[in-house]
Design a protein around this ligand. Structure first.
Ligand code: GDP
Length: 440
């Protein structure tokens, strides 16, 4: 029985949505452990496109339960809207969705605080999505936040809300925020949301642990990539939660001893949304080509993504902090037309070559990438679903990434659809998914 964490090995948008959706039929439960409704996943099933923001993509598989863990922050309005959109698209949502009673609640004033703090002079603009996620985590760590269980508790919610609202009013006055906020209306509205969400809220840590004891398998789904992790990412250009593998345990209440495998998802190149250091960024025509071919625009925000080349030191770093057993390379087909494919193999910082990830923002900004060019294959790989069916130069590229990063590539994706994927036989990934013994 395997419980597996699948998470992004870069800055997010690696195609985890597709991968988790694809693997989810091997699992009984898909659980999300961090982030909020800023983490868009796009999943194509046939020609139907589903954009998931907060709800784990396992919801798209009949029979699979989706769990929103305690490490996630929830905007009830966004959650209800997402449920309605999915139901409108024919997805059943009922007893198959559970929400942690310990997850923190986002309020409209969190969004205001975020805008305010981003706009202040001398603040490094992080380029957040201004959905109130960061300030909600601030309240959580500041021990004044409101959790799902509190929202549902009519006895205590009003008092907790009024205390938090008072804090925000003082802040708003201090920072001369002009935007009017009707706190009483928000409180009433949230009581209505509570009634709508109530049937799904549960002690999900208990639920997950009982499920494990009962022999069920859990897939833990990371939302943002490792380089956006609050501790291990390119701080301060990071998200406010633990996106790395360790976050799966704290964010769900499942112990590390219950995790059997950790799988990283990486593009065959790399992208980043918003500001922050990006050593292997391609600012020329090649970057434009990748953006166009890879449709590199945010699933939730529509923002164009910055594009660049596969970064070996970065991947080795994320492989170390996550302990990857296997790597999935997505979007190989996006590189199909290139004659040569640069790969960043080392960094040069202040004239010194290194393969380590620097800690400071200044040093990260100062990185000069050292590139090695690999030959392209200049033929379509779109939809190829057998490793042996890939052109030899594409296989060489995969093997090159494997040897450089020191992690097996257990799966390659060549298109957005479920079928456009290959899992390599004999890989650790195949064993983790329980495919090996079935003679897949
Ligand atoms: P996520 O948040 O990591 O799931 O990533 P996004 O959903 O933001 O972005 C991934 C995008 O790439 C989606 O539109 C997917 O449908 C698409 N995609 C995933 N795998 C592949 C692939 O192998 N090839 C191509 N061309 N597109 C892919």
């Amino acid at each position: 029985m395997s419980n597996v964490i699948v998470l992004g090995a870069q800055w997010g948008d690696e195609g985890k949505g597709k991968i988790v959706d694809l693997f989810s039929d091997r699992f009984d439960i898909v659980a999300r452990y961090q982030g909020g409704h800023n983490a868009g996943h796009t999943v194509f099933i046939g020609s139907t496109k589903y954009v998931l923001k907060l709800i784990p993509s396992g919801i798209l598989r009949p029979g699979v339960k989706a769990v929103i863990g305690n490490g996630v922050v929830i905007d009830p309005a966004a959650l209800i809207q997402e449920m309605q959109t999915l139901r409108g698209a024919g997805v059943e949502i009922g007893g198959n969705l559970l929400i942690s009673d310990r997850a923190h609640v986002i309020f409209p004033f969190h969004r205001l605080i975020e805008k305010m703090s981003e706009a202040r002079e001398n603040r490094i603009p992080i380029g957040t999505t201004s959905r109130g996620i960061g300030p909600c985590y601030e309240d959580k760590i500041g021990r004044r936040g409101i959790r799902m269980a509190d929202l549902l508790d009519r006895e205590s919610f009003r008092l907790l809300f009024d205390t938090l609202a008072e804090d925000k009013q003082i802040l708003a006055e201090t920072f001369q925020l002009e935007e009017p906020v009707d706190y009483a209306r928000i409180r009433d509205q949230y009581e209505q949301y509570a009634d709508c969400i109530r049937p799904m809220v549960a002690d999900t840590a208990r639920f997950l642990n009982e499920a494990i004891r009962g022999g069920q398998r859990i897939l833990f789904e990371g939302a943002q990539g490792t380089m956006l992790d609050i501790d291990h990412g390119t701080y301060p250009f990071v998200t406010s939660s633990s996106a790395a593998a360790g976050g799966a345990c704290t964010g769900t209440g499942v112990a590390p001893t219950k995790i059997d495998g950790i799988v990283g998802v990486s593009k065959a190149y790399i992208t980043r949304v918003g500001s922050g250091p990006f050593p292997s960024e391609s600012l020329d025509e090649a970057g434009e080509t990748i953006r166009a071919r890879g449709n590199e625009f945010g699933a939730v925000t529509g923002r164009p993504r910055r594009c660049g080349w596969f970064d070996v030191p970065l991947l080795r770093y994320t492989a170390t902090v996550n302990g990857f057993d296997s790597l999935i390379i997505t979007k190989l087909d996006v590189l199909d037309e290139l004659e040569e494919i640069p790969v960043c193999v080392a960094y040069r910082v202040d004239g010194v070559e290194t393969s380590e990830m620097p800690a400071t923002f200044r040093a990260m900004q100062a990185i000069e990438p050292v590139f090695e060019n690999r030959p392209g294959w200049r033929t379509s790989t779109k939809g190829i679903s057998r490793y042996g069916g890939l052109p030899p130069a594409a296989r060489d590229y995969i093997q090159y990434l494997e040897s450089r990063t020191g992690v097996e590539v257990g799966c390659v994706s060549t298109g957005p659809e479920r079928t456009e994927t290959m899992i390599r036989s004999g890989s650790r990934l195949e064993a983790l998914l329980g495919l090996a013994q079935e003679g897949h």
